[in-house]
Write a protein that binds this ligand. Structure first.
Ligand SMILES: C[S@@+](CC[C@H](N)C(=O)[O-])C[C@H]1O[C@@H](n2cnc3c(N)ncnc32)[C@H](O)[C@@H]1O
Length: 286
């Protein structure tokens, strides 16, 4: 069931967290002007050639990945509920001269608006901690299908719902199957950029906000892999790719995670391989 009241809590929580996250990142405009990109090879592989494509980046946060995608040749639109994130993205676009349109909206409202205006995209992209904020996965998948051109595709590269059963110390604490009811946290979105350090700050890590505690609650919806895939299929999209990865890109979401090559983050030494991210490509039939 769509819970816009909870989305509003999440908006406030993301506003506070986004300011903290960006406070740790050294001059991001200079990083982009110098040719920098915040993308990882995994999403670039799933997305394929972007030249001449229209792409909407759903839940784009501060737009760093969106502008990196524009660099690869796409005409980009970023949508996010957070006021701080969209204001930051618009300024970053202006300061770097990389063009992109950024819209502050609950993604569900934007789907309706875009559909009314007849907007259609070649690619919808969603990544790195996006799906868990969606209170109705079925309505989201239908929204995605409604804004794709025939032959267009949705590409998802996100944190796998399986490890989200663990607390910080890798003890199973949360149900894998809590998409419907959600999981509620008093201190919403944390400062995972401070915890991840350089790995999430390619422009350079600076101390920024210290000991951040989010004053706003957050509500997460840990949709299982089957719920995500079935929502896309029920929305009329055809599954083309499903992949699992034994690492996170950049983010140290749990205690004692090990940093590997290319910004890949692995579980502690004594732990077997786990699915930490998944990738999906699903196509709208022509
Ligand atoms: C972990 S971030 C995603 C990071 C992003 N992939 C990037 O490139 O930086 C999750 C984002 O989802 C946004 N969000 C959460 N609920 C939303 C909603 N209902 N509609 C639109 N955006 C939402 C948050 O504001 C936040 O920016």
């Amino acid at each position: 069931m769509l819970r816009k009241d909870m989305h509003e809590d999440n908006r406030r929580s993301w506003n506070a967290a986004t300011d903290a996250h960006n406070s740790h990142k050294a001059d991001q405009a200079a990083f982009f002007r110098g040719g920098g990109s915040t993308l990882y090879p995994d999403e670039i592989e799933l997305l394929g050639d972007l030249k001449g494509k229209t792409l909407v980046h759903l839940q784009c946060n501060s737009g760093q990945d969106t502008l990196s995608l524009a660099r690869l040749g796409a005409t980009v639109t970023g949508v996010d509920i957070s006021d701080s994130a969209i204001a930051f993205a618009q300024k970053l676009s202006a300061d770097t001269g990389i063009s992109g349109q950024f819209i502050r909206s609950d993604v569900y409202d934007w789907f309706e608006q875009a559909a009314q205006q007849g907007q259609k995209f070649d690619i919808a992209f969603s990544s790195y901690g996006a799906i868990v904020w969606l209170s109705d996965i079925g309505a989201w998948a239908k929204g995605v299908a409604s804004i794709l051109k025939p032959g267009g595709k949705v590409v998802i590269l996100d944190f796998h719902p399986y490890p989200m059963i663990f607390n910080w110390d890798w003890k199973p604490e949360f149900s894998y199957f809590n998409g419907q009811q959600g999981q509620h946290f008093d201190n919403g979105v944390g400062d995972y950029v401070a915890i991840s350090g350089e790995a999430l700050a390619p422009s350079g890590y600076i101390e920024g906000v210290k000991d951040f505690i989010n004053p706003h609650p957050g509500h997460e919806f840990n949709w299982s892999v089957s719920e995500i895939i079935m929502a896309l299929i029920q929305a009329g999209l055809a599954l083309r790719v499903f992949k699992e990865y034994p690492y996170f890109n950049g983010a140290k979401l749990f205690n004692d995670m090990r940093e590997g090559e290319n910004g890949r983050i692995y579980p502690p030494e004594n732990m077997p391989d786990l699915p930490l991210m998944y990738g999906i490509v699903a196509e709208k039939p022509s």
